[in-house]
Design a binder for this molecule. Structure first.
Ligand SMILES: NC(=O)c1ccc[n+]([C@@H]2O[C@H](COP(=O)([O-])OP(=O)(O)OC[C@H]3O[C@@H](n4cnc5c(N)ncnc54)[C@H](O)[C@@H]3O)[C@@H](O)[C@H]2O)c1
Length: 321
């Protein structure tokens, strides 16, 4: 039985990955501290089905706490998938030190443990935000990422750089996956699609930062998981940075129109000034992912949106949310 350590395995992307690994018969250990950035109760719900599996272990711990990690983790892993992080661009401007501690120091802790334990494969969740305001779209992995515009983005660049050090010095195969705005069932509630859909269902106005022309390359969770799984198996490389996107961009107003269609609700738009740290557009070139991981995103935006909205309606009690 293959064994994986998944940090952040109670969160949105992590819980989907754990679903997949358990269904494939992996031994899975999750480290998560149920950070209160958003309702920890929803993370408890994410992991509830996992607790039924005897090959699943939950370690409630903080990735900043090296001693606890050393004491409570066996170290016997074929691969570490490091997803735990303080996520989100705007909150990182309010708490840059907190982001640095979790995303940089926490990542280095995991890399140190990988070295101590002799783990040979390390997959790291990086972000499209590392590209900053690069106007040359679609973005390619060899574009410059030395000009991030938010503390969050800078911590993700730092994670990629640390990964290179450990790959070079200790032969750990390190793959940084630059994820482009992930959406789908259990999506983080701070992300626009989830936030807007809830507000529309409650009849509340939705905040549009800027004029609505900002564009995002929205990527459905199942496609992301396909890419993460392939990265876990990719042993022909020593260090790679790979975009996982959908290779299509959708403007903020187009996204709202699509939500209106799926929800059959007219949105009330509350235009607000553009937010510092937000990039104008994201757009992934996925040629490298296709070549190295056989990655091919399959879920179209409207189909993915319909799946998300169905989940939201089925699973969320709006009076308590
Ligand atoms: N969702 C996206 O669109 C997106 C895009 C780019 C990159 N990413 C990255 O993917 C990863 C997963 O994102 P997500 O959207 O699933 O976020 P999430 O917040 O749902 O999941 C992150 C998990 O990490 C845990 N965590 C946070 N701090 C921790 C700490 N100090 N110790 C242990 N656990 C901790 C949280 O409790 C949470 O369960 C993150 O690294 C994020 O930066 C996400």
């Amino acid at each position: 039985m293959k064994s994986a350590l998944v940090t952040g395995g109670a969160g949105f992307i992590g819980s989907h990955l754990v679903d997949r690994l358990l269904s494939e018969g992996w031994r899975v250990t999750v480290v998560d501290n149920f950070d209160p950035f958003y309702d920890p109760g929803s993370k408890r719900r994410n992991i509830a089905p996992h607790l039924e599996y005897s090959n699943y272990t939950l370690v409630e711990a903080d990735i900043r706490d090296m001693e606890t990690l050393r004491q409570r983790l066996s170290g016997e892993y074929d691969v570490i998938v490091h997803l735990a992080a303080k996520a989100g661009v705007r909150p990182s401007i309010r708490d840059p030190i907190g982001y640095q501690e979790v995303n940089v120091r926490g990542t280095q802790n995991l890399l140190e443990l990988a070295r101590e334990w002799g783990v040979k494969q390390f997959v790291f969740a990086s972000s499209s935000s590392v590209y900053g305001v690069n106007p040359n779209v679609p973005w390619r992995e060899d574009d410059c990422v030395l000009m991030p515009i938010s503390p969050y983005a800078a911590t993700k660049v730092a994670g990629e750089l640390l990964g290179h050090v450990y790959s070079y010095l200790y032969g750990i195969r390190f793959i940084a996956l630059r994820l482009f705005t992930v959406y789908g069932l259990r999506q983080r509630p701070d992300l626009a699609i989830h936030k807007f859909a809830r507000k529309m269902l409650k009849g509340e106005p939705i905040p549009i930062y800027g004029d609505g022309s900002t564009r995002r390359d929205y990527t459905y969770i199942d496609d992301i998981i396909q890419g993460v799984r392939a990265a876990m198996e990719c042993n022909s490389i020593s260090y790679e940075v790979i975009n996982l996107g959908n290779n299509r961009t959708v403007s903020l107003l187009e996204m709202v129109r699509a939500l209106e269609e799926v929800l059959d609700i007219k949105a009330q738009l509350d235009f607000q000034p553009a937010q510092p740290g937000d990039v104008v557009q994201t757009w992934a070139d996925v040629t490298k992912a296709e070549r190295l991981l056989k990655y091919r995103p399959k879920v179209g935006f409207k189909d993915g949106l319909a799946l998300f909205v169905q989940w939201l309606i089925d699973h969320v009690r709006f009076n308590t949310a």
